[in-house]
Design a protein around this ligand. Sequence first.
Ligand SMILES: Nc1ncnc2c1ncn2[C@@H]1O[C@H](COP(=O)(O)OP(=O)(O)OP(=O)(O)O)[C@@H](O)[C@H]1O
Ligand SMILES: [Mg+2]
Length: 490
Amino acid sequence: MEKILLIDDDDGLIHFLSRFFKRKGYAVMACTTGNMALERIVVEDFDLILLDYKMPGLNGLDTLKQIKSRQVKTPVIFMTAYGSTDTAIEAMKRGAYDYLVKPFERQELSRIVSEALLLNAQMKQVVRLPGAVPPSAASAPATGLQIIGQSKPMQEVYKLIGQVAEKDVSVLIGGESGTGKELVARAIYHHSRRRDQTFIAINCAAIPENLIESELFGYERGAFTGAERTYIGKMERCDRGTCFLDEIGDMSMAMQAKLLRVLQEGEFERLGGRETIRVDVRMIAATNKDLAKEVHNGRFREDLYWRLKIISVHLPPLRRRTEDIPDLVKYFLARFGAEYAKPVRTLSESAMAQLLAYTWPGNVRELENCMRRALLLCSGDIIAEEHLELQAPQQVQTFSPHNHEQLLESLKSKLELLIPEILRFSQSGIHANIIEMVEEILISKALAACDNNQVQAARLLGISRNTLRHRIKRHHEKHLMDTGEGKGGV
Ligand SMILES: Nc1ncnc2c1ncn2[C@@H]1O[C@H](COP(=O)(O)OP(=O)(O)OP(=O)(O)O)[C@@H](O)[C@H]1O
Ligand SMILES: [Mg+2]
């Protein structure tokens, strides 16, 4: 249960807020002076603090300063009376997350509180890298998340994170959807020197184009119709902290220019403001787009691209690291098993084989959802194939360059799965057998696709006609030998 601390000398407001939060399922603690609250936060960790400015004794600003030196990460919402916006802005400069002007609407209160609680959860939920933990012991940590996977490409990712996390440089994270880009961004934050400062994530694709500037850089009162109060943007809120810009490939060119200025000079202006604001923000950006292509097509600034790309981490798709699947399965089953109070289950051999053979277009997210569903659907002890409900591999009708690559990937992952089995049961001669077999299939299918026209088939395969003829002859002879027809004939 999330815990909220109220600091206000107004009994009426405390009463109202306590009831309001308790009804929403939060635990509430109230203190009527700053000093009482400071004693409390030494012994108890809160998820959110609501702090009034005007109190007898220590005022809100001084209390805030003390709070920030103790529970640095707990978001503080500052409450002021109408007409004292300057104090509220000052509080935000000193690290308050947001402010409310009394009297406030329930709706506004709810919105700000849920935003702040989400931020609190994200900042405090540590993402761990697999350290000394052997893969067999991969299980859900008591709190926080863990990045799972011991495959070679993932080991490279961890090495890179280890190298860059503590350095104050910006990082670009690439990879298909669901490969764990956000998880990696959080891991970098938790392993950085800024781990005790704010971490704010912004999804550039989710915020409408006309709102993103004010969201990032804030605005002054009166900057546009409806701008009734000064709004402090996300960049200012994470001064000295880390800003995660998700889906950066979707950012407009105009915003990219402003962002580049923050990266290079550490400065910007609020919308409608004349004052230049200076910030020290570490930027972590992620995208599932090919940014080089975006630059080529004039949709992404080249200078920003190079600036971000200095350190880049690429997350491989799950189909290229199928050896991570058993550990991920174990991890998700342990996590969801605890979440739904269902004892940890295992997978049948054929269910695991199906997971290993699947191509996972939605990557780890798809596997996570698949495991959640399987756990809920399964009533016995073992998860079987029918609980997985994997999408049937899509029939590919056309050979566009895009699905051509996917087909090759799928072939590769199937070979990777089957070849170790073949090795297990074979004695010798495997190399020749497999290569011959693949070649034979390749040639016969190419001939079929070209109506047995050898010139066309050779061109399709990229070999000379002579080589093709030679191979066909050899395969033919081999068959005769195998069936015994050729014996004594040559
Ligand atoms: N290596 C991993 N170990 C454990 N969980 C993982 C791993 N990779 C991804 N996940 C989980 O999979 C889900 C998707 O990961 P995440 O949101 O980081 O992906 P993403 O690359 O940001 O996706 P998108 O591009 O769609 O935003 C999350 O719930 C995350 O916790
Ligand atoms: Mg993401």
